[in-house]
Design a protein around this ligand. Structure first.
Ligand code: WTA
Length: 655
């Protein structure tokens, strides 16, 4: 958990919604929210039918809104409804928004490329035809390993157009991670770039992809976007340039969208859990589109003339839902940024806000903390008067960072929506509505419509007011995962999400509810570390470590980190014949970066003679977490350990 509950219990500041926001908002008051919320949970089918009808265009309406059983589990929304996600993001906007900017792309070096709805539509149609020509059909998986360039959303929408399932792999992942994901979903085609550009540095994407493709029998062809002028190896049988394919005069400008069932898969996105390898979270078309569309509009209170800037990478769910599918289906102008917040200087975000007159800005607490450290002079160098709504996502935001964001970026005018959600939930779950909620720094406030969260104690009974517990969701919502790839009977999701408290969706997060009914998220309570808003499974890092010849045993835990939220703390027991050294430490770090990617780089490595284990051989992570966080006076009961003396050695050797 990233923050002490006692600090948050003392947080008393409140910020009611500004009048000028409430007056024009979709949801104008707490009374309105409460009435709508009540209806959404008492009559979910009626509520969601109305939302789906008003916000999404269907080829054919559904026969039944919802069918589910959380015990099995299975979840189906808008049964037999037919639609196409790309049609909803593009075609239907052409009449009224043809010349409105759909995507504004700001490159790492400041270059800008804008796609109107018409231009984006044209590119997507052409690339959809390219995909068909390459033999891709409905239901095929397409792996996407692209940096933050317009070809990424174009690829996603082109896949959606022909019914292919995209699986975007964050461009910061290693060749090994890319290979695992391609093999898990059996992708036929890979879309990548020769290189990426981030913070003035080159990312060797095609070289990584080539390495990954040494062990991916399902991949038949590769499409390569030329992001930089630099040379890369191209296999003439397998690799094709994007520009050659899309500019082929034989490619037509129109591709009829595939009529998709509401429950046909839209995409797979891999995410880390507490056990084993990352899981391919599966989202389907109807429920997901309804959910991201309406959460986008209502939570950001999006108005037609506004520019929305989400700083996430599309390689994560935040980019899928709130750079691509939510904003575009709502006819918004979505700004995507290729670079990093501190390049060429820590004013970059604010420069972009000023330059494009951004109205709604959505980022992560880790970015806010990093910029906070650079000093408040940076946001004051720019004209931020266009900003109206701010948002955060990815981890609990500490009140200090919230206040900095509120004062120096929002200039005390802009509500902050602290949106709690997950890859699995598809869209926002607990979040303020900016015209209705009274904000408290550090609280995500209330559940979105139709979302029924509960905080439970260990034994499944409800936690009391301000009592921390396990956050679960009792009822289905349209944007939720339908399963994980490769598990048609949903055995895996049953075990991971629906067994800890049978019949309820287990989030993996801790939370408490205060006396006003507001939710305070307390961080992961499973073996997932949240590093700068990115989920890293401790099991993944451990298995990477033990794959190294020097390592006999490894245990990985999170510890509080000022900027990242949580850092990665590694305990390593070496094999006979290996000695701890700074060089070996460096070697292990580069081994992990190679196996997983730079996001899994350990912050601290401690060589240990042994790990604290129970007599039955179970590693006592509780103790390791305490040592890592420096809480050594308070190690709790160590009497059940097989060998209590290891603890002393670990405390002395603490990093
Ligand atoms: C954490 C990102 C507190 C949480 C959308 C969750 C948050 C995990 C918040 C999901 C928030 C996300 N407050 N914690 N506003 N938003 N989290 O799947 O631990 O990458 O379970 O989805 O991030 O991370 P994921």
């Amino acid at each position: 958990m990233t923050q002490g509950i006692d600090v948050l219990l003392k947080e008393q500041r409140v910020f009611p919604p500004p009048k000028e926001i409430s007056e024009k908002a979709y949801i104008k008051s707490m009374a309105e929210y409460e009435a709508m919320y009540k209806r959404s949970v008492e009559d979910p089918e009626g509520f969601w039918a109305e939302v789906a009808e008003q916000n999404i265009t269907w080829y054919k309406k559904w026969d039944k809104v919802l069918d589910y059983d959380f015990e099995k589990p299975y979840i189906k929304w808008f049964i037999n409804g037919k639609l196409n996600a790309s049609y909803n993001c593009l075609d239907r906007n052409l009449d009224s928004l043809r010349n409105k900017a759909a995507l504004v792309w700001e490159a790492d070096d400041g270059e800008v490329r804008t796609y109107t709805y018409w231009q984006l539509y044209r590119e997507v149609n052409r690339f959809a035809n390219v995909l068909k020509k390459l033999g891709i059909k409905k239901g095929d998986r397409v792996a996407v390993y692209l940096p933050m360039i317009p070809e990424l959303p174009i690829t996603m929408l082109a896949c959606a157009r022909i019914g292919a399932i995209h699986s975007v792999v964050f461009a910061g992942f290693s060749a090994q991670s890319l290979r695992d994901r391609i093999n898990d979903c059996g992708a036929k085609l890979l879309i990548t770039a020769n290189q990426g550009v981030r913070g003035g540095r080159i990312v060797p994407l095609k070289a990584n992809a080539d390495q990954a493709l040494e062990g991916t029998p399902s991949i038949e062809k590769v499409v390569v976007v030329k992001r930089t002028p630099n040379f890369v190896d191209m296999d003439p049988q397998r690799d094709f340039w994007w520009h050659d394919l899309i500019n082929d005069p034989e490619i037509s400008n129109y591709c009829e969208p595939e009529v998709m069932d509401a429950e046909d898969p839209l995409f797979i996105l891999y995410t880390s859990g507490s056990t084993g390898k990352p899981k391919g979270v599966l989202h389907t078309t109807g429920g997901y589109m309804v959910y991201v569309n309406v959460t986008f509009k209502w939570v950001f209170d999006y108005k037609p003339e506004e520019t929305f800037f989400c700083t996430a990478d599309i390689g994560w769910v935040t980019g899928h839902s709130y750079i691509v599918y939510g904003p575009l289906s709502a006819g918004a102008t979505s700004l995507m940024f290729e670079g990093v917040p501190t390049y060429p200087n820590p004013g970059r975000f604010w420069e972009i806000v000023e330059k494009h007159r951004v109205n709604i800005f959505y980022t992560a607490p880790t970015a806010i903390r990093a910029l906070m450290r650079e000093g408040e002079q940076w946001p004051y160098k720019y004209d931020l008067s266009s900003l109206r709504i701010l948002g955060t996502v990815g981890e609990p935001i500490n009140p200090e960072a919230w206040m900095w964001y509120y004062k120096h970026v929002g200039r005390e005018r802009c509500p902050i929506v602290d949106t709690w959600w997950q890859t699995e939930t598809g869209g926002f779950m607990i979040t303020p509505l900016p015209g209705a909620m009274t904000l408290k720094p550090g609280s995500a406030t209330r559940p979105f419509f139709g979302v029924v969260p509960r905080v439970l104690k260990e034994d499944g009974s409800p936690a009391g007011v301000n009592e921390g517990g396990y956050l679960v969701i009792e009822k289905p919502w349209p944007g939720m995962l339908r399963g994980t790839w490769g598990d048609p009977e949903n055995k895996r999701i049953k075990e991971v999400y629906f067994s800890r408290f049978p019949g309820k969706y287990f989030t993996g997060d801790g939370a408490r509810v205060d006396e006003d009914g507001d939710y305070w998220l307390m961080g992961r309570i499973d073996d997932v570390i949240n590093v700068s808003g990115h989920r890293i499974g401790t099991a993944e890092v451990e298995s990477a470590l033990v794959a190294h010849p020097a390592v006999a045993e490894a245990a990985v835990v999170g510890f509080p980190h000022d900027i990242k939220g949580e850092g990665i703390y590694v305990y390593v027991v070496l094999k006979e014949g290996y000695e701890p050294s700074r060089d070996l430490e460096k070697l292990l770090i580069s081994h992990i970066r190679h196996m997983i990617g730079p996001i899994a780089t350990p912050d601290k490595i401690q060589f240990a003679g042994g790990l604290p284990k129970t007599r039955s051989g179970k590693i006592m992570r509780r103790i390791l977490r305490k040592i890592a966080s420096g809480a050594i006076e308070d190690l709790g009961d160590t009497s059940t350990l097989a060998d209590p003396s290891v603890v002393e050695e670990l405390v002395t050797g603490r990093k």
